[in-house]
Design a protein around this ligand. Structure first.
Ligand code: SF4
Ligand code: SF4
Length: 120
């Protein structure tokens, strides 16, 4: 690379906008169809277990007795099949990604116990 070419590139970079953005002050806007991560509106979930049966990687576990729904984020491939399969439409694919982690953990959401309506 000649000195003149190098100087041109250097001047261009000096007076053009930076190629990066100041994250996290200016977060990225994800494209509309981004597949980020699965979220469950557990209050609508009936713990039928269909999502768990349909998941190709076995990332979802449903514990009907314990009234909880769990997902192994590292096993999820964001295929969206669970979202399509859920009869209650309580699963959604959010655009944001989960935080990086050094250990595989299982995220569990539990249904709140139903209040006894007859209690006085
Ligand atoms: S398919 Fe939907 S309603 Fe059934 S357990 Fe999964 S998230 Fe809950
Ligand atoms: S998006 Fe796919 S891999 Fe991830 S939990 Fe749902 S069905 Fe399983």
């Amino acid at each position: 690379m000649s000195l003149l070419t190098f100087a041109k590139i250097e001047l261009h970079n000096l007076f053009s906008k930076p190629a990066t953005r100041p994250y996290p002050e200016q977060p990225r806007n994800y494209p509309q169809r981004t597949r980020g991560h699965i979220e469950n509106d557990v209050e609508t979930c009936v713990l039928c277990g269909i999502c768990s049966k349909k998941c190709p990687t076995g990332a979802i576990q449903v514990d009907r007795a314990g009234k909880s729904w769990s997902i192994q984020r590292f096993s999820c491939i964001q295929c969206g099949y669970c979202v399509e399969s859920c009869p209650k439409k309580c699963l959604s694919m959010l655009q944001s990604y989960t935080q990086p982690a050094e250990r595989k953990t299982i995220e569990t959401v539990s249904k709140a116990p139903v209040e006894n309506q007859n209690a006085s």
